[in-house]
Design a protein around this ligand. Structure first.
Ligand SMILES: Cc1cc2nc3c(=O)[nH]c(=O)nc-3n(C[C@H](O)[C@H](O)[C@H](O)COP(=O)(O)OP(=O)(O)OC[C@H]3O[C@@H](n4cnc5c(N)ncnc54)[C@H](O)[C@@H]3O)c2cc1C
Length: 444
C-alpha cells in the first residue's frame, strides 16, 4: 500500500531527504513537502555574495526549483506553513488548508534568527539575511551612492555581510558584544581578524552591546547606539545568530535538548516514524562528546540524506560533527575545526598549543602570502584537538587536512609525518599544518 511522507521545510535538509526517499521508493511513497516560503533547495550561504554583487541573480542561488522537484514526483506545496503536529492522529495542521495525514514525518524547519528586543528593529532599513526574500529586500534597499551601514554581530555571517557592503561602497561598522570577531576562534586569532578587517577600512567595535536605535519621523533607523556611542546608519544588518526552529516539535511533545534543538538519534529519528534534520536539531560533537547546536549547511545536507535513506528503509547513520567552519572577509580567510582553547580547558583537557606564522606558498614564490596556523593537542595522548587558520588566499582550505586528521583521531606526531603534497606554488616542503604539528610535538 502506498505510504505518505510529509516533510516540513523545503530547503537543504528537507529536500535532500524528500528527493532521496522518493528516488528509492518511487510509487510506493507519496512525498508531500510543506514550505512556508516561495523557494525550495536554495543557498542561503550565497546571500552575502549576491548582496555584494558577485552573484548576479536570485535564480543562481536556487539549486532546484519547486517545478523541478514536482517533475520528480514530489508534491511541493509553497506558501504552506505547518502550524501543528498531531502525533496521535498522524496529521500536520497547515495554515489556511486542510490537515495533511502522514505515515512518516520529517521536521526540517531550520533555524530562526535571533532578534534582540529593541524598539525600531522592524524599521524598513533593518535587514535580516536568513532567506532569499530577506536578501532581495536588502538589495532593494541598497543605495547607488556611498552610504553608512552598521552590521550587528561579528560572527561569520556578520563578517561576510561586512564584505558585501564594502563591495557596495558602504562605510561599514561592525558591532559585537564579544571581545573579538568570530567568537569560535581563540582570542589571538580573533584579534588578527579584527586587525585585518580594520585594514580593509571596516570599523570593528567589539565589547560593544547595542543599546537602542535612533529613528527619524518616517520610522527609519538613522543611528545605532552601542557602548555609549552613536554610529550613524543608512542601513542596518542583523547577524546575531540563530536558534533552532523547534517550537512545532516541542508543542507536539517531541524531545528537545539543552541547546533548544530537537533531540535525534544517529538515525535522525525523534520518535517512531518521526525524523528531524538540519538547523532545527542538535548534533553530536565527536570531540567534545556532547550535544551542540551548530547550524551549518554541511550538517543539514548530510542529516537530510541519512533521514531520506532511513525513510526508504536503507541503513544509515549520521556520525556527528567537528564544528568545522570556513569563511572569508575580502581577501582574508578564516577557518576552524574541533575545540578552541577555552572549550578544551572547560572540558578538562591539559592542552598544548602552538601558533606559527608562515606563508601560503614557499616563501620565495612571488605570490606567497602570510598565514597563521594554530594547533591544539591533548598533552597526555598527543591527540589533535583542534585547529585554526587566519591568512590570505590558500590558507583556509587547509582546515580540511586538520578536520580529516581530527576525524581519524590522529596524534600531532601522526599529522607531522602524514604524506601531504608539496610543490613551491602550494606550500613549503613541510606543509604549514605539519610545521605547526612539529611545534606541538616539540612541546610534548
Ligand atoms: C547568510 C547565510 C550564510 C550562510 N553560509 C553558510 C556557509 O557558508 N556554510 C554553511 O555550511 N552554512 C551556511 N549557512 C547556514 C545554512 O544555510 C543552513 O545551515 C542551512 O540552510 C540549513 O538547512 P535546513 O534545511 O536545516 O534549514 P533552512 O535552510 O532554514 O530551511 C528550513 C525551511 O523550512 C521552512 N519552514 C520553517 N518552518 C516552517 C513551517 N512551520 N512550515 C513550513 N515551512 C517551514 C523555511 O521557510 C525554510 O525554507 C548560511 C546561512 C545564512 C543565513
Amino acid at each position: 500500500m502506498t505510504q505518505r511522507l510529509v516533510v516540513i521545510g523545503g530547503d537543504a535538509a528537507g529536500m535532500t531527504a524528500a528527493s532521496r526517499a522518493k528516488r528509492l521508493r518511487g510509487d510506493a511513497l507519496d512525498v508531500v513537502v510543506l514550505e512556508q516560503g516561495r523557494f525550495t533547495s536554495y543557498s542561503a550561504c550565497g546571500i552575502p555574495y549576491w548582496v555584494g554583487g558577485e552573484v548576479g541573480s536570485v535564480d543562481d542561488l536556487v539549486v532546484r526549483s519547486p517545478e523541478e522537484h514536482r517533475r520528480n514526483g514530489i508534491d511541493v506545496r509553497l506558501d504552506s506553513r505547518a502550524t501543528g503536529i498531531d502525533l496521535d492522529r498522524c496529521e500536520v495542521a497547515v495554515d489556511g488548508s486542510d490537515p495533511v495525514g502522514f505515515d512518516q514525518l520529517l521536521i526540517a524547519t531550520g533555524a530562526t534568527p535571533i532578534r534582540p528586543p529593541l524598539p525600531g528593529l522592524d524599521a524598513p532599513n533593518v535587514h535580516g539575511v536568513q532567506t532569499l526574500t530577506d536578501g532581495a529586500r536588502l538589495i532593494d534597499g541598497l543605495s547607488d551612492e556611498p552610504g553608512r551601514a552598521v552590521v550587528i554581530g561579528a560572527g561569520y555571517i556578520g563578517i561576510e555581510m561586512a564584505e558585501a557592503l564594502v563591495r557596495r561602497r558602504y562605510d561599514v561598522t561592525v558591532v559585537d558584544k564579544g571581545a573579538q570577531p568570530m567568537s569560535t576562534l581563540d582570542a589571538d586569532l580573533g584579534a588578527l581578524v579584527a586587525g585585518a578587517m580594520e585594514g580593509l577600512g571596516i570599523d570593528v567595535e567589539c565589547d560593544t552591546a547595542v543599546e537602542s536605535l535612533d529613528l527619524d519621523p518616517a520610522g527609519r533607523v538613522t543611528a545605532v547606539r552601542a557602548g555609549g556611542r552613536s554610529y550613524p546608519a543608512d542601513l542596518v544588518v542583523l547577524g546575531i545568530g540563530v536558534r533552532p526552529a523547534a517550537e512545532i516539535a516541542a508543542e507536539a511533545g517531541l524531545p528537545r535538548g539543552d541547546r533548544g534543538g530537537i533531540r535525534v538519534n544517529a538515525r535522525m529519528e525523534v520518535a517512531d516514524g518521526v525524523y528531524a534534520a538540519g538547523d532545527c536539531v542538535e548534533s553530536w560533537d565527536r570531540v567534545a562528546q556532547r550535544w551542540v547546536h551548530v547550524p551549518l549547511g554541511t550538517h543539514a545536507n548530510k542529516q537530510g540524506l541519512v533521514a531520506g535513506l532511513r525513510i526508504a528503509g536503507v541503513d544509515a547513520e549520521f556520525p556527528g560533527i567537528l564544528k568545522t567552519a570556513i569563511s572569508k572577509v575580502c581577501d582574508l580567510e578564516v577557518a576552524r575545526t574541533g575545540l578552541g582553547s577555552d572549550e578544551a580547558a572547560e572540558l578538562g583537557y591539559d592542552v598544548v598549543a602552538a601558533t606559527i606564522e608562515t606563508t601560503t606558498q614557499a616563501g620565495y614564490m612571488p605570490d606567497a602570502r602570510p598565514m597563521t596556523v594554530k594547533l591544539l593537542a591533548d598533552r597526555p595522548t598527543g591527540r589533535l584537538l583542534g585547529a585554526q587558520f587566519v591568512g590570505r588566499e590558500g590558507s583556509a582550505i587547509r582546515i580540511d587536512t586538520c578536520a580529516t586528521a581530527l576525524w581519524a583521531g590522529l596524534t600531532v606526531h601522526e599529522v607531522m609525518m602524514s604524506d601531504l603534497g608539496y610543490a613551491p606554488p602550494f606550500s613549503s616542503v613541510w606543509d604549514p599544518v605539519q610545521v605547526a604539528a612539529r611545534k606541538v610535538v616539540e612541546q610534548l
